[in-house]
Ligand binder design. Sequence first.
Ligand SMILES: [Zn+2]
Length: 114
Amino acid sequence: MDQEVVSGIGNVYRAELLFRARLDPALPGSGLGRERAIALWEDAAEAMAEGVRDGRIVTTDPSHWPDGPAELPAPQDAHYVYRRQGQPCRECGGSVVVAAEAGRKLYWCPSCQR
Ligand SMILES: [Zn+2]
């Protein structure tokens, strides 16, 4: 949530990119390390470019799309954790949770993101 480190990424990408990297959202940026920080940055750049191309934010891998990769998924299949609190995690089947932090909602899977 520290906008002095990275800003403008938005709450959807924040939640989804941290899930894709399997990072605990409570991990401070200083604990990330160079390799994981670079990987996170590259994933963010790729995901955001896809969002521009597609005209919407889809962060799930096509292998998780019910109708296959030919068409973008329905909104309920477009994310791993964002606004999926109480629903099963697409990876582990555990429950996605939500908490409020700095006035914004934070979504994550406690089993996958340690
Ligand atoms: Zn999970």
